[in-house]
Design a binder for this molecule. Structure first.
Ligand code: ASN
Length: 312
């Protein structure tokens, strides 16, 4: 019985004219994210779903590993390390991937309306860039995307009764150095409700691969971006650790399991990793903000949000 209710809900959802409008906007969004990157000299890589190592993440999730022969492989949680590796060749300087990520989030994340068990990330990395270069790129990209969606999707926005905010450069930047550590999350939530522009928050202590400022120990050259109107987290990014000794020190500090990273560390030890910075945009979160929806599953044809019944 419960199952047939699930099927009925699914059929209603996919026949809702709002979902068709959302899918039209998604078409334009995916096309333009990729256009903008290609026009700015990025090479598009194919996504990977299984690897000996993946992003250890900064929060607890259920494990997502599979065994193939005698190898233990991880399902991709983000392509962070593969982004770094792809920049090794001399003439590859900017890469991006439209990348499916699996993160088996704990149940309590359901209440955010922002978390999925699998989502797509528009993930990019730039050789020799600073975090400021990446933040500038993001501002330009967002202004371009909002402009073009306004132009190409006015009918769809009308159906959704959504008035897009007019974005302006520069987006405000806040640093956690001004906020007590245990108040950062609440502070960001409050700012997200109050502000009418996307904003950056810099200096977050998280995974070992985000670079510690060599001139200011215990501060980090990274950032999150948040949407206004209470839409919360948009993306995260930063400069990367690329020097072997620094990587090893940060891994030890973070208590990260070194074993799966064996080959990544060998390559780092050979001195082959480059200075780089990048970020990853949650595609469904961006679509949700553009469409003015409060639950992430509202912008997805198939519900993979935390708490899904996996009806289809
Ligand atoms: N893609 C993000 C970045 O580039 C990392 C992540 O998704 N955890 O920083």
């Amino acid at each position: 019985m419960e199952n047939s209710i699930g099927i009925e809900k699914f059929l209603n959802h996919i026949n809702d004219p709002e979902l068709i409008a959302i899918l039209n906007i998604q078409n334009v969004l995916l096309q333009e994210l990729q256009n903008y990157a290609v026009n700015n000299g990025f090479k598009q890589l194919m996504p990977l779903l299984i690897s000996p190592f993946t992003d250890p993440l900064n929060h607890q999730v259920y494990p997502a590993t599979i065994k193939y022969g005698d190898k233990m492989l991880s399902l991709t949680s983000s392509m962070i390390f593969h982004k770094q590796l792809s920049l090794i060749p001399k003439n590859i300087n900017k890469v991006f991937i439209l990348s499916p990520n699996i993160r088996l989030e704990l149940e309590h994340k359901q209440k955010t309306g922002n978390h999925m068990l699998e989502f797509s990330q528009f993930d990019f990395e730039i050789k020799n860039a600073s975090m400021n270069d990446v933040m500038k790129y993001i501002e330009g990209l967002y202004i371009y995307i909002f402009d073009i969606i306004q132009k190409r999707c006015s009918e769809e926005l009308k159906i959704l009764n959504r008035q897009l905010p007019k974005l302006q450069k520069p987006f405000p930047v806040y640093s956690t150095t001004e906020i007590p550590l245990d108040e950062v999350d609440d502070y960001c939530t409050k700012l997200s409700k109050e502000l009418n522009s996307p904003f950056f928050v810099t200096n977050l202590k998280r995974e070992f691969y985000d670079r510690e400022d060599p001139d200011r120990p215990k501060t980090y050259r990274n950032f999150d971006m948040f949407y206004p109107e209470g839409y919360e987290e948009a993306l995260s990014g930063g400069e990367r650790e690329y020097i072997y000794d620094d990587i090893i020190r940060r891994i030890a500090e973070n208590d990260t399991d070194k074993k799966p990273l064996e080959n990544y560390l060998k390559i780092a030890k050979m001195g082959l990793l480059n200075k780089s910075a990048g970020a990853g945009i949650g595609v469904q979160r961006l679509l949700k903000f553009i469409c003015g929806k409060r639950k992430i599953e509202d912008v997805c044809m198939f519900n993979r949000s935390v708490g899904t019944n996996f009806d289809v």
